[in-house]
Design a binder for this molecule. Structure first.
Ligand SMILES: *Cc1c(COP(=O)(O)O)cnc(C)c1O
Length: 369
């Protein structure tokens, strides 16, 4: 028995008959960068998310950078980000010469702690970037109210939560459609994934959309006219063609993951020493990760036990960003994040797992305890 975190080859094979002709059509078109599939995919994703503009780009990290550039984040500015997260947004804030201000998360849903965000705001603060970690968001009404009160921009890092809805101010909306920008990644393991790097920004603001589109393409409103400092970050036509095939299947894909998550929640309930993931009352979860908390210092031993039984698991993330070598200038006190780094363990949650696989994994977890 070998159960991996994902099974990308088999997921591909299930779609091969649709994907190969789409790729072939692009190859025969001779237009490989920003061709027709890119334009169509942007429109299709905008329709799906109910946002006005989708601007595709090279990857999710670039999407965050382009969003912050379009919002004029520059040297001297501060941007608030979660301490317990993936590195991407902290990295691009630093590249722009601005300062990432790490704020602790809350322990239940792993999202920014809004009370601690409030304490971190000062006159240099320009924006907040909530990361919808593991596939859901939380406390967004509170966070956006705080941002509004202080005149701050919100950029959503939606890389793990594309396709999730959220009850925002009483209205059901897709994540990524709420902030000045939503940013996502089409990295091969994400909810909506291509076969290489890819990313996109979403916005309902015409001016920001225009600016982001120019920045992503060397600051050009048209060829060889450079009005803004930009970057070269474009989605290629082959990846867009793959994404066009996959987008109509996203909802079914997320439903399949929901089913698996429900099996876990059911089979693992009341296991002593283990805390199951919870869904924020206003959130829909896409289960990008199914992440349990293992108490009493047993996390690494459980991971080893599962490995011995042929079950992969992963620690997202073993360290807070501020303790990483490249970011050690940014000190702070993040007790919840530190605890999570020692307790979290993500289990396989891909749609090709059978009920029998899930039962096997849960039995092995229970045996351990
Ligand atoms: C994957 C990811 C990114 C970066 O996306 P890339 O396409 O790999 O650049 C950013 N933020 C989060 C939370 C992610 O999970």
């Amino acid at each position: 028995m070998k159960l991996e975190m994902m099974n990308l080859p088999d997921e591909y094979l299930a779609l091969e008959k649709d994907i190969l002709p789409a790729l072939s059509a692009v190859l025969k078109s001779g237009v490989y960068i920003q061709g027709e599939p890119v334009r169509l995919f942007e429109q299709e994703l905008a329709n799906f998310l109910n946002v006005k503009h989708v601007i595709s780009c090279g990857n999710g990290t670039d999407a965050l950078q382009i969003a912050l550039m379009a919002l004029d984040i520059k040297a001297g500015d501060e941007v608030i980000v979660p301490a317990f997260s993936y590195v991407a947004v902290a990295e691009v804030i630093c590249l722009l010469g601005a300062k990432p201000v790490f704020v602790d998360v809350e322990p239940q849903y792993f999202q920014l702690d809004v009370a601690k965000v409030a304490q971190a705001i000062n006159k240099s603060t320009k924006a907040i970037v909530p990361v919808h970690l593991y596939g859901q968001a939380g406390y967004l009404d509170e966070l956006f109210a705080l941002a509004e009160e202080h005149g701050l921009k919100v950029v959503e890092d939606c890389a793990q939560a594309l396709g999730a809805k959220y009850l925002f101010k009483g209205e059901s909306r897709f994540l990524g459609s709420l902030g000045s920008f939503g940013c996502t990644s089409f990295f091969p393991t994400k909810n909506l994934a291509c076969f290489g790097d890819g990313g996109a920004l979403f916005t309902n603001n015409d001016g920001l959309a225009n600016k982001a589109r120019m920045i992503a393409n060397h600051g050009q409103p048209k060829k060889y006219q450079h009005d803004l400092l930009g970057v070269n970050s474009r989605l290629d036509s082959l990846q867009a063609a793959v994404l066009q095939v996959k987008l109509p299947k996203l909802q079914a894909y997320l439903q399949a993951k929901e089913y698996i998550a429900q099996q876990y929640l059911n089979l693992l309930q009341k296991t002593p020493g283990l805390v199951l993931p919870a869904v924020h009352p206003n959130a829909q979860h896409t289960w990008h990760q199914f992440t349990i908390k293992v108490k009493n210092g047993h996390r690494d031993a459980l991971k080893t036990h599962l490995q011995e039984k042929g079950i992969s698991s992963m620690v997202y993330y073993p360290q807070t960003i501020a303790t990483q070598k490249a970011y050690q200038a940014f000190t702070g006190n993040f007790p919840i994040s530190e605890t999570l780094c020692a307790e979290v363990l993500s289990l396989p949650v891909h749609p090709l797992l059978s009920l029998q696989d899930i039962r096997y994994i849960c039995t092995q977890i229970k045996n351990f305890f």
